[in-house]
Ligand binder design. Structure first.
Ligand SMILES: NC(=O)c1ccc[n+]([C@@H]2O[C@H](COP(=O)([O-])OP(=O)(O)OC[C@H]3O[C@@H](n4cnc5c(N)ncnc54)[C@H](OP(=O)(O)O)[C@@H]3O)[C@@H](O)[C@H]2O)c1
Length: 295
């Protein structure tokens, strides 16, 4: 199967490259091959490659900076996805579009299902929702929503927390946003598996949620990461006990974040061979990667 991945150099793109089976004829497309800011660029690469499947892991992901660049963000995360979906339809390729919990407004306490009504709070979420809607009507497109991605590579919360915990004796982390930290290698393996399943069974549902089991606040995630790193011998200045829980109001950022980011991923279970891991296992795997990469 020929598979073209957009966002080759990103946290998830790199994990997909590691997870892809040797049987795939894999084309890893970075920005130079498919710049989503440039109309028609990605579509041209898809038309030239004629893949069986496209996985779009490329996106503008700086949530706060997105507030000041909404037209460009909407172009990259939204309008370009429509062009990619049309290009896929023209060559008969399936499309797996990665999306986010940030399409929801975070109200209530129940997990959001695939059928829940999106109402994004920030420019990043609005752009991603434009992308989701652009996939609708393309019969072989599947939107995979995930949350709080992390891995040993790239920019993510776990790496930031451990870096700060090595440099400072105390930290403040918000505890009023609840979600599921998702390990990029697990998500990549899941994407590989459902892409193959979609090819074998003639398609996938239009929307799927892909997160591990359980939920936590950013504060609880930070504490678990620091405890795990300490148990693995990382030289930290800050213990989990020295991480203070604060509210989002105490820690103002440019973009508003949803308070309830829980995604109900039970639909995914029937498509997977292995049970979904707990978020704790994913955080531990990322911390192990970070510790192993230390000089
Ligand atoms: N990170 C999270 O917490 C999170 C949570 C939920 C959903 N998601 C979604 O998961 C997906 C993967 O996220 P990630 O964490 O892997 O993000 P990432 O590490 O920031 O990677 C994003 C990739 O997109 C590429 N990109 C940005 N603008 C582009 C453009 N104009 N044209 C082509 N490529 C462009 C970047 O290219 P360069 O390397 O050239 O900059 C980068 O390789 C995204 O769809 C994101 O919305 C992420």
């Amino acid at each position: 199967m020929k598979v073209l991945v957009l966002g080759a150099r990103g946290q998830l793109g790199a994990a997909i490259e590691r997870a892809a089976p040797a049987s795939w004829d894999l084309i890893m497309a970075d920005r130079s091959m498919a710049d989503l800011a440039v109309p028609g660029h990605a579509a041209g690469s898809i038309a030239a490659a004629k893949p069986h499947a496209v996985i779009n892991a490329a996106a503008w992901t700086d949530v706060d900076r997105a507030e000041e660049h909404e037209p460009l963000v909407t172009r990259i995360n939204g309008v370009a996805v429509g062009e990619v979906a049309e290009a896929c339809s023209r060559v008969g390729a399936s499309l797996l579009q990665v999306s986010t919990d940030y399409v929801f407004d975070g109200s209530g306490h129940a997990p959001w299902t695939e059928e829940s009504e999106p109402a994004p709070l920030n420019a990043y979420g609005r752009g991603k929702l434009v992308g989701e809607r652009a996939c609708q009507g393309h019969g072989r497109a599947c939107v995979v929503r995930t949350s709080w991605l992390h891995s040993g590579h790239g920019r993510n919360f776990i790496r930031t927390i451990l870096r700060h915990a090595c440099e400072r004796t105390s930290l403040r982390v918000v505890d009023d946003q609840i979600g599921a930290p998702t390990q990029a290698d697990w998500l990549a393996a899941t994407i590989v598996s459902i892409t193959e399943r979609g090819a074998a069974h003639g398609g996938l549902p239009p929307i799927l949620h892909a997160v591990p089991v359980g939920h936590a606040s950013w504060h609880a995630v930070a504490c678990h990461a620091v405890r795990t790193a300490a148990s693995l011998g990382m030289a930290l200045q800050c213990s989990a006990e020295a991480i203070t829980a604060v509210t989002s109001a105490d820690y103002p950022l440019k973009a508003m974040r949803p308070q309830n980011s829980r995604l109900d991923a039970r639909s995914l279970d029937s498509l997977l061979v292995q049970p979904r891991p707990s978020w704790h296992e994913g955080v531990e795997a990322t911390v192990r990667q970070i510790v192993q990469m230390q000089p």
